[in-house]
Design a protein around this ligand. Sequence first.
Ligand code: NAD
Length: 480
Amino acid sequence: MSLPRYDHFINGARVPPASGDYFDTENPYTGEVWAHIARGNAADVDAAVAAAKAAFEGPWGGLTATRRGQLLRRLADLVIEHAPRLAEIEQRDNGKLSSEVVAQVRYMGEYFHYYAGLADKVESKVIPTDKPGVFTFTRYEAKGVVAIITPWNSPLTLTSWKLAPALAAGCVAVVKPSEFTSASMLEFAALFEQAGFPPGVVNVVTGFGAEVGEPLVAHPDVAHIGFTGGELAGKRIYEAAARNLKTVTLELGGKSPNIIFDDADLDQAVKGVVSGIFAASGQSCQAGSRVLVQESIHDELIRRLVEFVGTAKLGDPTRPDTQIGPIATRPQFEKVLDYIRIAREEGARCVLGGKARPDLGAGQFIEPTIFTGVDNRMRIAQEEVFGPVLCIIPFKDEADAIRIGNDILYGLAGAVWTRSLHRALYVTERLKAGTVWVNNYRATSFTTPFGGYKRSGIGRESGSDAIHEYLDTKSVWIST
Ligand code: NAD
C-alpha cells in the first residue's frame, strides 16, 4: 500500500518540492513510517514568500479589519469541527496522548475566535503634542510577511499562537513546521481555503532547519520571525534576524521551579507536580522540572509522589486509559536517557523510574523518573531535559526558595504552593519568570500573555498585546 505524500502548500495549492525529494515521517509509538513529506529548499521558500507578499499587497491587504475577523471566525469554527481529524494526524506524528491532543486542537479553535474578535479592535491614538498647529495620531500597520517556525511538541497549538494574532493584525505568513511533525499543519492549511482566505495568505513549506528555516529567516521580504523551539536554533535565528534588523518573537526553553511550602494543600500540590512534569511525557517548555520543597515536608512529598506516579500507565497513546506516551523523536529519546545517566553520575538519587522501556510499542518509552538529592548547580537541575524527569531540591525558607528558583538561566514559568496569600505574592513578585502560577500549574489562555524572562525568550504570545508583535506603529502629523 502506498503511503500518503504531503506537498507544500503555496498560494492556495499543493505544490511538489522544487528538489523533487520527500522525507519519511514516523509514528513514535509504532515506529512505522506513515507518510512522506516534501523536502523543501530555498527555491520553495522564495515561491512561498512571493505568494505571501502578493497576497499582502493584493487581495488580503485590501480587506477591512472586520472582514479579516469574519474569515478568522469561520476558520475557528472549521478548526473546532475538524479537531478530531487534525488531532489524529498530529498524534500520529508526535505520540502525545489522544486525549491531550484533541483538547489542544479544540482549544486552538478558541484561539482563532479570540483573535477574530480583536482584528477590528486595534484602535489608533490621537496624541496631544507640544507643537502648535498640528493634529497627530498613530496608525498600527501590519508588518507584512511573517515567518513562523515551530517545534514538534505541540505543533498546531504553537503555530496558532503566532498565526492567529499575525492574521488578525493583517500580516501574511509562511509556516515551517518541525520536520518531525509536518503533516498536521499541511492538513490544517486546507481549512484556510475552505474558510475563504485569499490564496497566499498562509503558506506552508516543509523540510529541515538548515534547508528551509535558514533561507526563510534570511529572506529579504520576511519582516518578522515567530519561533518556538530550542535555545540553539533560537540563537541562530536571532543572529540571522539581527543581520537584517528583523523583529523576532522567541519562545524558548525552561527549567521552571515548582515551589511547595509546608503550609500547602499537599494533595493538590502533588497533582500539580505530576501534571507539571509528566503531562506530554515532560516534553513541554513550561514543564515544572525542578520541584523545590520545604525541608519539613520533603520526605512526605517524595513518598506521595512515588506512590502516585509509580502506578502511571505507559503505553499506546491512543488508548483512553494511557497516562504516559512515548518520547516524540529518537534524538529526544537519546537525549533524555543521557540526562538520566548524567544525573546519576552527578550523584543524584533515582527514587522512581530511570529506565527506557524497550518492551513498549517501538521502544521509545522512558519511565517517569524522579531524582532526589539534587543540588541546584547540577546539570540535571540547570539544563532543559524535555522529558519525564523530575528533580527535587529541598529549601529552608522563602528567601532560600527564591534564591534557588532564580538560580537558573531560564525564566519561562514557575509556581508557588501555599495557603498564605502574603507568601504567595511575596514569592511571585520575586521570581524572575514570565508566568507564575499560585496553587495550580500549567494554566494558559488566549487571553493571557505567555513568554519568557532571561534565556526563555523575547516577546509575548497570547493576550490582546500579542497582536502588536505583528504591527508597526506609524505616527502621522497633519498641519491644521
Ligand atoms: P529546534 O529548536 O531544533 O527546532 C525547532 C524548529 O526550528 C524546527 O522547525 C526546526 O527545523 C527549525 N530550525 C532549526 N534550526 C533552525 C535554523 N538555524 N534556522 C531556522 N529554523 C531552524 O527544536 P526541536 O528539534 O524541535 O527540539 C530540540 C530542543 O528544543 C528540544 O530538545 C527542547 O529542549 C527544545 N524545545 C523547546 C520547545 C519549547 O516549547 N520551548 C519546544 C520544542 C522543543
